[in-house]
Design a protein around this ligand. Structure first.
Ligand SMILES: N[C@@H](CCC(=O)N[C@@H](CS)C(=O)NCC(=O)O)C(=O)O
Length: 338
């Protein structure tokens, strides 16, 4: 997949993310600063000076990447389309990792005109060593990367921009934080990253462990959604929007490409209604692209798909009636809860 070593791109990487036990281990994100309302450092060890300003920040995403997808969703839910600009790389990775089309084509880098994402990492840190991942939150003013960790970018988008154009929606309300954190932890390990642990496993044992954990977690979520409309509280929260990108990709990609094939999301009545309800909320369908998911997950891979043939099916329609009441209308929602 390629990696950066001291600011230079290497198409051949020294070792993969899987250790000798065959288990897949995701690397830790490198850029961990925070945009805050006044530019104060976002936490211990963080550098300050990243104040929220309209037009100052730019998101680089890949439409097929579920971690990037959550940042696109929160950008839309907070009404930040005109405040934080965005470019998407091409869905298929190349020998140079994530690359862009030439400007002014779609999937070009409208900001810096780079041909590859590793150029943006090198622009931020000429000595950068590590994985070149999406999403990236870029600061146009200081010409550097603020963060490449999606779980933290969505918190910034949720809370830092309210005085510079974001709406007041709160996806991480104080009273629900404990519950959201608990759900997130399980969903991250067993579902969001669980599909990768199954798909990138290099031993039967590692694959089966991830597979069993994934379907146990989906069973738990199915049961939870039998008595609750959303995972935490009575409005969609961060917990729902972190689960959603994995559910969207499941039947068209993870089921086949990552061998997560005990059941499809369509076989779980509650999860299937739930994912369609979220998909049908305002602005969300425009962040989703099933064909791109297939192109991305069925890219040429020596281990998983040597010829790079992309399957035509399955046909999945997220626009059919979901059977859960329409919550774009807050009045309908409070009636449903009471
Ligand atoms: N912890 C990161 C993970 C991001 C990530 O792994 N992105 C993948 C795409 S789905 C990537 O860019 N991988 C490239 C690589 O590892 O070389 C986050 O949540 O932001």
């Amino acid at each position: 997949m390629g990696v950066m070593i001291e600011g230079v791109w290497h198409a051949e990487e020294p070792a993969s993310g899987s250790a000798d036990d065959g288990k897949y281990r995701r690397s830790v994100s490198a850029f961990r600063n925070w945009v805050t309302p006044d530019g104060a450092p976002g936490g211990e060890g963080c550098v300050g000076g990243f104040a929220a300003e309209a037009g100052r920040y730019h998101l680089y995403v890949a439409l097929n990447c579920p971690w990037a997808h959550r940042t696109m969703i929160v950008r839309v839910l907070k009404g930040l389309e005109d405040v934080v600009s965005l470019d998407a790389v091409l869905p298929r990775r190349s020998a140079e990792g994530w690359i862009f089309a030439a400007p002014p084509e779609a999937n070009s880098d409208s900001l810096l005109g780079s041909h590859a994402l590793h150029k943006i990492y090198a622009a931020a840190d000429t000595a950068f060593s590590g994985r070149v991942t999406v999403p990236v939150l870029w600061d146009k003013k200081r010409r550097t990367i603020v963060s490449n960790e999606s779980s933290e970018i969505i918190r910034m988008l949720n809370s830092a921009f309210d005085d510079v154009g974001a709406n007041g929606a709160d996806l991480y309300p104080t009273e629900l934080r404990g519950d959201i954190d608990r759900v997130n932890e399980r969903v991250y390990r067993s579902v969001n990253n669980g599909v990768y642990r199954a798909g990138f496993a290099r031993s039967q044992e590692a694959y089966e462990e991830a597979f069993d954990e994934l379907f146990e977690a989906l069973d738990m979520l199915e049961a939870r959604l039998a008595t609750r409309r959303y995972l935490c509280g009575d409005m969609p929260s961060e917990a729902d929007w972190r689960l959603f990108p994995t559910l969207m990709r499941f039947d068209v990609a993870y089921f086949g490409a990552f061998k997560c094939n005990l059941r499809r999301i369509q076989d779980y009545p509650n999860l299937w209604g739930y994912v369609r309800e979220l998909y049908q909320m305002q602005g969300i369908a425009a962040t989703c692209d099933l064909d791109v998911y297939k192109q991305g997950y069925y890219s040429i891979s020596e281990l998983r798909n040597p010829l790079g043939i992309v399957p035509k099916g399955p046909a999945v329609d997220f626009s059919t009636p979901h059977g859960r009441r329409n919550v774009n209308d807050r009045i309908g929602q409070s009636a449903a809860v009471s």
